[in-house]
Design a protein around this ligand. Sequence first.
Ligand code: HEM
Ligand code: HEM
Length: 502
Amino acid sequence: MSSPLPSATNKQGQSETQQASTLHHSEVRIRPEEVRAYDDSSRKPVLLAFFLALVWLLVGTVLGDLSSFKFDRPDLLTEQAYLTFGRLRPAHLNVMVYGWASTAMFAVSLWLMPRLCRTTLRWQFAAVSGILVWTLGLGIGLVLLLAGVSDGLEWLELDRYWADPLLVLGASLVGASIWKTLGARQVQHLYVSVWYIAASYPWFAIIFIAGNLPIFKGVESAAVNWFYAHNALGLWLTTVNLGLIYYLLPKIIGRPIYSYWLSLVGFWGLALFYALNGMHHLIGGPLPSWMIATSITASIMMIIPVVAVGINQHMTVVGRFGAMRYSPALTLAVIAAMSYTAVSLQGILTALASVNRITHFTHWTIAHSHLGLYMFVTLSLFGGMYYILPRVLGREWPSPRLIRAHILLAGGGMVLYVLALGIGGVLQGLSLMNPGEAFEISVAQTKPWLLLRSVSAVIISAGHLIFVYHCWRLAYSSRQGHAQHPPFFELKPVLVKKGSAS
Ligand code: HEM
Ligand code: HEM
């Protein structure tokens, strides 16, 4: 294997059973032909989902850029109704969440499950059909959304009758393939990534159906809306990506994860507390105070799983951070893992009523959103793609320079985005809270920070273009008979200049 041998000692003094659960199959010295058979079985749906995810990433980027520019030039593109902010913003949200992130998560789940269950992917046809049905649903929903047909609930704007049933069917078909594969597993112990990924599919189906039931009115509807949206973050986007990071970190550096018990605390703590968090989006709203108080308490309790996951992942990598120079997948997984801790701590702070009073109606929330959905979710998915695509295609990324450029532009650009809106948001909130200042002053104060966000939008978009171009070159090079490097490139220095690697 490419990675150094795993350490045989376990610092936690775990039993054999627990130890087995901290290892994934890389440590069990699996034969390369077997791994190839698993990858072969998932190749079709994985490549299809990654391809569609990249298309959605580009569409979502254009929609995000336009939404951002409109804050600087409110008169920009206002002639056509479908180009107005009220349509572009939800279109951006839906395309990024359901198009880019979720579709890439299908690919990640379908690739990881056979490897971790040591069996081939089952019901491949269901997986492929599911991805196509999901894409059709999103496409229909997006056209309707731009045409002005929206359910009017944030994160649930896609049409309840034409789009949502297709999304449920699509995710269920992919989930069926995942669960069938799980049922056919050839391992006794389930690695932590399997818990997260397998659980995400039924969770998503339950919350999405509950969120879309057309039976709630008024305040009830707002409560169910945020029950859904918060759990879409916590029990779907977060869980699949934590599963991916739990796979990448130990696999690339060649060590078992630090502690089985911390994995358990992290998983069950999240399952228990996250579902109760949703009402913290409505602090100050006309809901019974016990609902808000429960959600604030549950938000504070999130410190337990967040710290457990943070320590577990940090201690797994500690002493081996240098390996990041050689592996873009590890670099991105480490940044994403750290961002998960950061966004969660920021979220816990934001859920405190005293802080939320200042930040609620400000750009601070958008900074938080993108710290979570970009620096954690999107970077983890980029890391997954850097790791998975060469293995599925059986060849190496053509250009380390393009990898460096992509990571610097996308990651650096988003740091700028988050800092600009984080600072601008607090200043805006303090100004809004000041009875001596007119509302216009709070608006004027945000202008330079919004301009900075638009600058970062251009930088990030350049990163996305480079990434998509590089993926295209990776795929295209096969037809040109590109040299068949073994698809293990952790040992090659891709993030340091030639000659500077020690
Ligand atoms: C090129 C990169 C991106 C740019 C320029 C961008 C820009 C924007 C803008 C301008 C808004 C509206 C903010 C407002 O209403 O005040 C927004 C909202 C949002 N974006 Fe992005 N975005 C980007 C990437 C992403 C990605 C990759 C995701 C998800 C994976 C995402 C998810 C969201 C969500 C969920 C919201 C709503 C946030 C909230 O209501 O708090 N964005 N984005
Ligand atoms: C312990 C963990 C977390 C807590 C306690 C938390 C808390 C919060 C709070 C209180 C808000 C509402 C802010 C407001 O409207 O005033 C919020 C919004 C948001 N959070 Fe978190 N957060 C956590 C983790 C995350 C993670 C991991 C992600 C991304 C994967 C994330 C993404 C978002 C997004 C996108 C919004 C904006 C939703 C919208 O308005 O459209 N959060 N969070």
